[in-house]
Write a protein of this length. Sequence first.
Length: 471
Amino acid sequence: MDNILAEVTAIVKSVAAVETSLTKFKDDVNVFYTLFCGAAVFFMQCGFAMLCAGSVRQKNVKNIMLKNLLDACGGALGYWSIGFAIAYGDGAFIGTSTERFFLNNYTESGGMYIEFFFQFAFAATAATIVAGTIAERCKMEAYLLYSIFLTAFVYPVIVHAVWNEKGFLCAWNSDPLGGTGMLDFAGSGVVHMTGGCTALVAAIILGPRLGRFYDAEGKPLAEPRDFPPHSVALQVLGTFILWFGWYGFNPGSTLFIADYGDITGLCAVTTTLSAAAGCVSALFIDTLMGKASSGHAEYDLTMAMNGVLGGLVGITANCNCVAPWAAVLIGIISGVVYVFSSKLLVKLRIDDAVDAVPVHFFCGIWGCIATGLFCEPGRSEGVKGLFYGGGTLLGVEIAGILFIIGWTGVLMGIFFTILNALGIFRVDEMEEKVGLDISHHKGAAYDLSSADQADLDNLAEKRSTHGNAVA
């Protein structure tokens, strides 16, 4: 009997040891998954850099590349110091728990460093959205200041409201607004609307690039002047990198892969379909509009690329709770939203060098509204979109949209107005004409100098006599 009891005890201990090992293995797999997805999101910084560099004129390439680099650096320091604590600490409106400030005793209090890394990558994305909009005319010091302010305070407060269970808009609040809270799975509102709204406010206060909408005397031009991108290849490369990074952005927002495989797979599918539909929609709507006005069809690559990005932004809020067919429809409408909002900005004489505002702000608004329309109760713990018999969610989504616009617009408006009043927002007119690479960064991005003419003449003479020796 004692032998049997000993064997049973040994078996129980072995099973317990296996369970402990499996739990540890599952935790490690989840950490690795979050690390990979966070790295994919961070790689989007490269996509933004390539897209912005290709979209600006040759004389400003180094400037925009440095600004994209500083976004990541300023975002890391701002989010590490206070942003992370404000976003995810305990507190009614902002986080106040001390363990997240400067990651003070964070691991000792039960936290995991991987959480900070993943959330930092999102914060940096919100900051870098602005880079392209105000390209070619913004001072470097102003850019770094805004990047830190946005990631350290403005963006974290929105995160706290929507993604922290203590936040008044959070769906996981013990008493969620409207009984549903705001569903924004990966950040159509939290990330993209915040960055896009900041970009819009900055563009209005900063003003357009010289010669874009007004002549040298300040008189409006009959037709806005286009500034063609200096490298379409870099634009396309940046677009594909961003699309790739979105597979970390959306599926990665499950935060875990163990036990969440079905949701992760759905997020990947809806992300793909919405991006593809947004591309086709934007391209052909712009083509049809052009044919109606000019009589012949032209296919604009920029519209196609930004249609992809608009579709990605539109699906970001709801990639986990809509059916694949709905993702296609969301992408199609995202393309429409992008095209018409892009033309609206030109009509209003608001200069956006890379169309970041139409892509991120307007398509971000649509993404939140689409969640309130297409959310399936079977995919969202019973929460219904309007097309499934629920109307409350749509109302909460609209309330969230208004909060993000109000908070970001007011704070960043005041911030940029102060910078402008201090004279540290916009570069000097002559510096802008020459190009920021030469005026701010010790020379042009590309060495375009040709060979010395004397050397070319000598080479031509040498080739003309080569093999023709006198007999």
